[in-house]
Design a protein around this ligand. Structure first.
Ligand code: AGP
Length: 608
């Protein structure tokens, strides 16, 4: 969703801000803008549409002088996506320009109060009240105005403020929305996402909720709510700028699919020491472990579907009841959660609003909480009692691929780890599963190599308006992610059905030529899946089977097939999803879709 950048230094700020905004484009947005303080005025340029429009309008920033500024990509919440509602928003006295991510929940009463006092608003946004409050509270001390303004705001926000008081000062404020400070030499930065900082610096400070920072070219000072300076640790970003660039691939999604063997390895290998699974930040005492009666996994979208796979594996190995709950439902459901629950939240971004709310709700009910997160220092990582990072590196394409497979990797490892701690797994099986996990990067690569013909299958499928995905047990869990991948980037209606449910309604939809992607890798139920293939074929449907190498029975029955290497049964979903990601990618390409930035979607859904 929205993105924020800020820069203060001695060189021209506008090109730096535009470069930062380009690196945040992947988050999804509908307008872009920058504000730069230059002498006795703040210059603003903003426009509906792409950052490139803004770059064209300002001759790549060359038209905008000044060395201190903020930039923004907006994903509309309050007010239509147009030039006026685009950020930055300036106070009417021209002293402050503000960019904002999140929602100011009490903006309506604030706007009313300020209007009564004679303030004239120009936009429909909630953000403009921040600029108005800053103006109202300014008495010659910008820091005091920032503090007083923050005290009036309710909701979630990260704010970037450029202030015209001749000192070249920027302010950055955080409340439940990420903001990271970047430390340079003779210049400093902030951004809502590390991706905009890495071209300049790898030394960063993660702001916490309620904190705000004052930036000059030479210094960064962080304050708490009361304005007292706070000592903050400086963290080092572990990935390079190339990791957030396309590296010769046509799309980030394709690059990220291809990175999966390496990401899986980076996530798994360091956590296996001397043949044992060990997590650096997940230590349950025997007493804590003994208290757990059930596990609840909560997340949104693909992260939830990773949880669906995790459910099968954890239940199978640990014999603990596991349920997977949509975070957007769980948060409002008065759930039965207590100190006997282990809550696992799964999130690539660590900033998904519903997942954060569900985590808080369950924590307040006494659950022990564990987060599986990709983005270091994100809100979910900070809130949970424990965090296990997926070392997937930056994921830029809106459709997650390596994020998902590394989430499944961690859940698989966790299942093996817990089963061992609970005494539910024999040594021989434990060793076999650990070896199989170490072997998975090779299997993922094989899943890619086996399907070099997938473009042809995708071309054929791209003519369909709806595609059904069916499977049983873990195959069904993979169907959910396979269907989501296809629908979000190709805009084909795609839905996952438990194969056994077909007869209870969905089969009525099938007709001559319908396409049914049938996942048929879960061996204990293969005969049942075979019967489902017969059923759909009898109604004239075409079957595209996803089957393990050498499974002649399935290959003979299917019209087309995607091959998957044989793996340890519990880990088959990882090998299955990779060709399905490629399938979705090539279908979307065939249909001429904007693959990395599908319409209406944002990379991280930071509002409800
Ligand atoms: C995945 O392709 C989606 N774009 C989406 O479902 C995503 O998985 C979901 O919004 C959750 O995001 P998170 O992992 O960052 O919490």
């Amino acid at each position: 969703m929205c993105g924020i950048v800020g820069f203060t230094g001695t060189r021209q700020a506008a090109p730096v801000l535009l470069d930062g905004l380009k690196r945040l484009e992947y988050r999804g947005y509908d307008s872009a803008g920058i504000a730069v303080a230059d002498g006795d005025r703040i210059n603003i340029a903003k426009v509906k549409g792409f950052v490139q429009n803004l770059a064209d309008m300002t001759h790549d920033g060359g038209d905008i002088g000044g060395a201190v500024g903020v930039g923004h990509t907006r994903w509309a919440t309050h007010g239509a996506p147009n030039d006026v509602n685009a950020h930055p928003h300036m106070s009417s006295d021209g002293r402050f320009a503000v960019v904002h991510n999140g929602i100011i929940e009490n903006y309506a009463p604030l706007r009313q109060e300020l209007t009564k006092k004679g303030y004239v608003f120009l936009s429909d946004t909630d953000t403009e009240v921040v600029a108005a409050l800053l103006e109202t509270y300014y008495d010659g001390d910008a820091k005091r105005a920032v503090m007083k303004t923050a005290a009036r705001l309710e909701g979630s926000y990260s704010l970037g403020v450029v202030c015209l008081d001749g000192t070249g000062r920027l302010f950055a404020m955080r409340e439940q929305s990420p903001l990271i400070l970047g430390l340079g030499v003779g210049e400093n930065y902030f951004a809502s996402d590390v991706a905009a900082l890495v071209p300049h610096t790898k030394n960063v400070i993660y702001l916490d909720d309620g904190e705000f920072a004052e930036l000059t070219p030479e210094s960064i000072t962080v304050y708490d709510v009361r304005g007292r300076a706070v000592e903050k640790p400086v963290s080092r970003v572990t990935w390079d700028v190339e990791a957030a660039e396309k590296g010769g691939y046509e799309h980030f999604m394709l690059k990220e699919i291809m990175e999966q063997p390496a990401c899986f390895k980076a996530t798994v290998e360091p956590r296996i020491r001397n043949g044992r699974v060990e997590f650096e930040d997940f230590h349950l005492t025997d007493e804590e472990l003994g208290r757990i009666r059930r596990i609840v996994i909560t997340a949104c979208g693909s992260a939830g579907y990773a949880g669906q796979v995790g459910r099968y594996v954890i239940e199978e190995l640990c014999r603990i009841p596991v349920s997977v709950e949509l975070a957007s439902e769980l948060r409002y459901r008065n759930p039965i959660i207590d100190e006997h629950t282990l809550l696992i939240v799964v999130s690539q971004s660590g900033e998904t609003a519903d997942t954060i709310a569900a985590l808080k709700e369950c924590k307040s009910r006494g659950a022990k909480t564990l987060a599986i997160v990709n983005v270091v220092g994100s809100t979910i990582a900070k809130l949970a009692d424990h965090v296990i990072y997926t070392w997937a590196g930056p994921e830029i394409a809106v459709a997650t691929t390596k994020g998902y497979t590394t989430q499944v990797a961690v859940l698989d490892m966790l299942a093996v780890y817990l089963a061992d701690r609970l005494g539910k797994i024999e040594r021989e099986k434990y060793d076999r599963l650990v070896l199989a996990l170490l072997d998975m990067p090779g299997k993922i690569q094989r899943a890619i190599d086996l399907n070099r013909n997938i473009k042809k299958l995708a071309k054929k499928a791209s003519a369909h308006n709806q595609i059904y995905f069916i499977g049983r047990n873990m195959d069904y869990a993979v169907c959910m992610e396979g269907a989501l991948k296809l629908k979000e980037i190709s805009y084909i209606f795609a839905e996952a059905y438990a194969a056994g449910e077909l007869k209870h309604g969905t089969i009525a939809l099938l007709e001559q030529g319908s396409l049914v992607v049938t996942l048929a890798c879960y061996e204990p139920l293969l005969e049942k899946t075979m019967s489902n293939i017969e059923e759909v074929k009898a109604r004239g449907a075409q079957v595209l089977a996803v089957a393990q190498e050498g499974n002649r029975q399935i290959l003979k029955k299917a019209d087309d097939f995607i091959l998957v290497p044989r793996t340890e049964e519990l880990f088959t979903p990882i090998a299955q999803i990779v060709p399905l990601q490629l399938f979705a990618y090539y279908v979307a390409k065939e249909r001429g879709c904007d693959i990395d930035k599908p319409k209406n979607l944002a990379k991280s859904v930071t509002v409800e």
